[in-house]
Design a protein around this ligand. Structure first.
Ligand SMILES: N[C@@H](CCC(=O)N[C@@H](CS)C(=O)NCC(=O)O)C(=O)O
Length: 205
């Protein structure tokens, strides 16, 4: 069985867990606290020299870091990856957007406000910068989700899973989702998918 090394309340680590739940596939979870230095210990660095969770570990010992690459591997051949090459590339485009424009603002602001150990980095400048960048990313999503139920085509893809992870807790990072009705309706659509599990869920619980 595959293993996902990750932290329960990290959105990046939730992405592959949510995909496995939606696919109805079993996996092991190994909890790694990314805030207490665990990711910099030699045993973890042997799994992922980038020193970050999540990391996927296959039965044969091969490992794969980066949440969206893990989604691509686990989602291969499933209904969450469009067959059409242009739609597949559009899905990837949203996943790169998630890592470059969304996560560095929406997720980072969330962690600055939620984790006491990051409080020293929560300067007014950093909070203002991430609020502005996060709202710009949310506005891009809102425009797309006002036109369509899903980010790509007419069914949920890996892009929806990647962007759901931090968008659904954006309010904890100080983002007012009342301003984004298209996003709120999309969050509800994802939560209604068969097999959906919340971020707190771990296999076996
Ligand atoms: N681009 C990576 C980012 C992963 C990441 O930032 N992980 C955080 C937890 S959400 C982490 O492990 N931080 C530990 C550290 O930076 O020391 C991905 O999408 O997997």
């Amino acid at each position: 069985m595959i293993t996902i090394h990750g932290m329960q309340d990290s959105g990046n680590c939730y992405k592959p867990r949510l995909l496995m739940a939606l696919l109805g596939k079993p996996f092991h979870h190994v909890e790694v606290d990314s805030l207490d230095g665990s990711t910099r210990r030699p045993a973890f660095l042997a799994l992922n020299p980038i020193a970050k969770v999540p990391v996927l570990e296959l039965e044969d010992g091969r490992t794969l870091p980066e949440s969206n690459a893990i989604l691509a591997y686990l989602g291969e051949g499933s209904a969450f990856v469009p067959a059409d090459p242009f739609e597949r590339a559009t899905m990837l485009s949203w996943m790169f957007f998630e890592q470059y424009s969304h996560e560095p603002n929406v997720a980072v602001r969330h962690s600055l406000l939620v984790y006491p150990s990051r409080k020293a980095q929560a300067t007014p400048e950093r909070l203002a910068e991430t609020l502005d960048g996060g709202n710009k990313a949310l506005a891009v999503m809102e425009t797309a989700l006002t036109r369509s139920n899903w980010l790509v085509g007419d069914a949920p893809t890996l892009a929806d899973i990647a962007l759901y992870a931090y968008t659904h807790v954006a309010d904890q990072g100080g983002f007012d989702l009342a301003a984004y009705p298209g996003i709120r309706a999309w969050l509800s659509r994802i939560e209604a998918l068969p097999g959906y599990q919340p971020m707190t869920w771990l296999p076996g619980t």
